[in-house]
Write a protein that binds this ligand. Structure first.
Ligand code: RB5
Length: 144
């Protein structure tokens, strides 16, 4: 597995899963920074998406994880930032292939959509899977 440096964020709708993912990262000594939100109070997901995305495109962190109620708002917002390939995943196959084929650099999850154990399995697979490159690199380069 490559050296992982993870930046994570959520809005209020994804707060609980963010905390669970942080526990997962801590238990595995994976370096991370938490960009908030830090309470369950209502907040605006585009701001969190932007702060996480900026830390990925700057190269300071190589992976980002964003959680909101559906994962949709976070993925739309993050994908507005040039260089971001945010993948909204609700199953483990998509998580694996979003890394292997799409070289996704941000994982988005919907706390109100999938169960917590599935969310953690998705995180586990997404963090462990590398980009296959080759023909997939050509296609990813075409997006950029
Ligand atoms: C917040 O209520 C909710 O809209 C947000 O978490 C997310 O689902 C947006 O896409």
């Amino acid at each position: 597995m490559e050296d992982l440096k993870v930046v994570i964020g959520s809005d209020h709708g994804g707060f609980h899963y963010k905390e669970a993912i942080i526990d997962y990262l801590k238990a595995r000594n994976i370096e991370f920074v938490d960009m908030g939100t830090y309470t369950r109070e209502s907040c605006d997901y585009p701001e969190i998406a932007k702060s996480v995305a900026k830390k990925v495109v700057s190269g300071e962190f190589n992976r980002g994880i964003l959680v909101c109620g559906t994962g949709i708002g976070m993925s739309i917002a993050a994908n507005k930032i040039k260089g971001i390939r945010a993948a909204l995943c609700g199953d483990t196959y998509s998580a694996r292939v979003s890394r292997a084929h799409n070289n996704a650099n941000i994982l988005c999850l919907g706390e109100r959509v999938i169960g917590e154990h599935l969310a953690l399995d998705i995180v586990d697979i997404w963090l462990k899977t590398g980009f296959e490159g080759g023909r997939h690199k050509r296609r990813v380069d075409m997006i950029e």
